[in-house]
Design a protein around this ligand. Structure first.
Ligand code: KIV
Length: 275
């Protein structure tokens, strides 16, 4: 039975079984309960409360100013709407880099206060000890390697990673180290399809790709990108399944014109006293 037909909640086991069966894992982002309810009911397996919320919801240029409090707040909302999907909360910039103790404390808050089932953090081999420490505390961790947006300044922009022999060797090592540290899954972002495929083949844990080609065990997109809510953002890896910005703009224009012309509210939208 595919996960879409099965209404029981998604767990880490579900994802492992899907990898074993060669069934693709579908992940999307959400920041509120309306969206998480729609996504979960549509059959999405994993909902990530990504720090992308800093860009798509808060209007920042990058993800770096998102705070732990922001992610806790949004995760609580998402969790209320996600009846089937596994909810993963992103660890924001500087909420795990300082020390293992800081990483465990903050991952714990995302579980205890945000009600997430798992956390995600960015970084490869150099973050393996953080992943290990959090997993030892009983908290599942999703890793994130390749083009890790929290390192945007170090990369000098949002650049595809792993294009040279040495870079791709390092990313393959990152993947192995994170699996060894206990990560239950890895996001592979912004890398050549061949590298995404090789890592996916070599790992036992599921890989979730974004701009990492078709060979990953699953795919993730930022929901606002998939829905065309920000039509100016159209990098190669994004597919706009609908131009929702246009749909919304047309609906709002119609509302404005009907208010101006007094066509709205019509009698059927108004309350009247009993005669
Ligand atoms: O923050 C986010 O939404 C992410 C995904 C795009 C992988 O990290």
């Amino acid at each position: 039975m595919s996960s879409q037909q099965n209404n029981s909640s998604v767990t880490l086991n579900t994802l492992n079984n899907m990898k074993e069966r060669g069934e693709k894992i579908c992940c999307l982002t959400a920041y509120d309960s309306t969206f998480s309810n729609i996504l979960s009911n549509s059959g999405v397996d994993v909902i990530l409360v990504g720090d992308s919320l800093g860009m798509v919801s808060q209007g920042h240029e990058n993800t770096l100013s998102v705070t732990l409090e922001d992610v806790i707040y949004h995760t609580r909302s998402v969790k209320r709407g996600a009846h089937r999907a596994l909810v993963v909360a992103d660890m924001p910039f500087m909420s795990y880099q300082v020390s293992g103790a800081q990483a465990v404390t903050n991952a714990g808050r995302l579980i205890q206060e945000g009600h997430a089932a798992a956390v995600k953090l960015e970084g490869g081999a150099r973050m393996a000890d953080r992943v290990h420490a959090i997993v030892q505390a009983g908290i599942p961790v999703m890793g994130h390697i390749g083009l890790t947006p929290q390192s945007v300044h170090q990369f000098g922009g949002y650049k595809i990673q792993g294009k040279t022999f040495l870079d791709s060797k390092q990313i393959k090592q990152d993947a192995k180290d994170l699996q060894k540290a206990g990560a239950f899954s890895l996001v592979l972002e912004g890398m050549p399809e061949e590298l995404g495929g090789k890592i996916t083949h070599d790992l036992e844990i599921p890989t979730i790709g974004i701009g990492a080609g078709s060979k990953c065990d699953g795919q993730i997109l930022v929901t606002h990108d998939l829905l065309g809510l920000n039509p100016d953002f159209a990098p190669k890896f994004v597919k706009h399944y609908v131009q929702l910005a246009d749909v919304i703009q047309n609906a709002v224009s119609e509302f404005i014109s009907e208010v101006h012309s007094k066509a709205f509210p019509a009698p059927k939208h108004s309350y009247n006293l009993k005669k």
